[in-house]
Write a protein that binds this ligand. Structure first.
Ligand SMILES: Cc1ncc(COP(=O)(O)O)c(C=O)c1O
Length: 353
């Protein structure tokens, strides 16, 4: 489809396709890496507290309260914190502000599929660096001319984690370009690269409350790094939308970050369920990649990935299947509650016979 009213840019876009948000009730929804445990009650209370006459007023364009909470948690200054409407928006600004150069940027061939979409939107040239046979990142493969590097850690949709020592080598070998570590899933077992920020002015760490704090619906993400990198993002943000976070989001996110007990309890529950589900699916014959995320990536040696996803759907269970080279035999399964995962195992047993 196209229209004479469209700009050239729009005609050439290949937009990102998010995982399905089905309208049907009673589905076991394990397809978009949401956290099944729900937000902190304190966050919900703070959001309710914001619902009132003050909604006639614009929110704080700098979301200072939230920046202070994030900076305090990580021992940084507020000048080292950028906040946005979900990490997707933060990432969009990163591509324009810090990754758009003459030289191509580098990211894995199998990774978050929004990255090439941003490249298309902003005209950023890129080169996809193949993961190894075992779907791992080898940082030595990134020793090539580049205009920047972006990797999720843990990677998506594989769930595989890169050691902090490898990230340090990547940063040291690429001092002339920005290295972005997208830590959307780091809460579920990985070590964050945040402590490296003080030593590497080329490091930008991106996080989100969507999965770690069960707040995908509130849309809050942030970037941490040297003040110069943050200033670049502020310049783009203030040329695009002065108020990316509304009053409810600022209040809810600030309270969620303060509730460290809820965060700790729910992330441990996700980790424990992930380990159990990994064992159960391994027993059913699946090859499950080692995951440090809130999802697992698994294939069955004798059953087609697409067929399995379809058979699960017929049983009201939805998982994510990517029709992409190298991974079209895999299912990406979000870690749900114990009950949801048990329902998945029962359905898989039935399907596999
Ligand atoms: C690797 C990665 N980065 C970023 C995001 C975006 O998260 P959000 O925009 O909800 O913060 C996702 C979401 O699935 C993701 O998988």
């Amino acid at each position: 489809m196209s229209s004479k009213y469209w700009s050239d840019v729009v005609g050439k876009l290949t937009p990102y396709v998010p995982g399905e948000q089905p309208k049907l009730a009673n589905l076991v929804k394990l397809n978009t890496n949401e956290n099944p445990f729900g937000p902190s009650p304190r966050a919900l209370e703070a959001i309710r507290g914001e619902v009132g006459a003050n909604l006639r007023l614009y929110p704080d364009p700098n979301a200072d309260r939230l920046k202070q909470a994030i900076a305090g948690l990580h021992g940084l200054s507020t000048e080292q914190v950028f906040v946005g409407n979900g990490s997707d928006e933060v990432l969009a600004h990163v591509f324009l502000a810090l990754l758009k150069h003459e030289r191509p940027i580098l990211f894995p061939d199998i990774t978050y599929s929004f990255y090439p979409v941003y490249c298309g939107l902003y005209g950023v040239d890129y080169r996809a660096v193949p993961l190894s046979e075992s779907f791992e990142i080898d940082v030595d493969d990134y020793r090539q001319t580049n205009g920047g590097i972006i990797v999720p850690n843990p990677n998506a949709p594989t769930g595989r984690l890169l050691a902090l020592a490898d990230i340090e080598r990547l940063l040291a070998a690429n001092g002339d370009s920005v290295v972005v570590i997208d830590e959307a899933y780091v809460a579920f077992g990985g070590a964050s690269a945040i402590p490296l920020i003080s030593r590497f002015p080329n490091l930008l760490v991106i996080q989100t409350l969507s999965k770690s704090h069960s707040l995908a619906g509130l849309r809050v993400g942030f970037a941490l790094g040297h003040g110069d990198l943050i200033e670049a993002l502020e310049r783009v943000k203030n040329s695009f939308n002065s108020y990316p976070l509304d009053r409810l989001a600022i209040a809810g996110a600030t309270a969620a970050i303060a509730d460290t007990a809820h965060f700790e309890q729910t992330r441990q529950a996700v980790i424990a369920t992930r380990e159990r589900l990994t064992q159960q699916m391994t027993r059913l014959g699946f090859e499950v990649l080692p995951s440090q995320a809130n999802f697992i990536f698994a294939r069955h040696p004798r059953r087609d990935g697409g067929e399995l996803a379809k058979a699960l759907r017929e049983r009201s269970i939805i998982v994510r299947h990517f029709k992409l080279p190298r991974i079209d035999q895999f299912l990406r399964v979000t870690i749900g509650t114990d009950e949801q995962c048990a329902a998945l195992v029962v359905a898989l047993k039935e399907i596999l016979g």
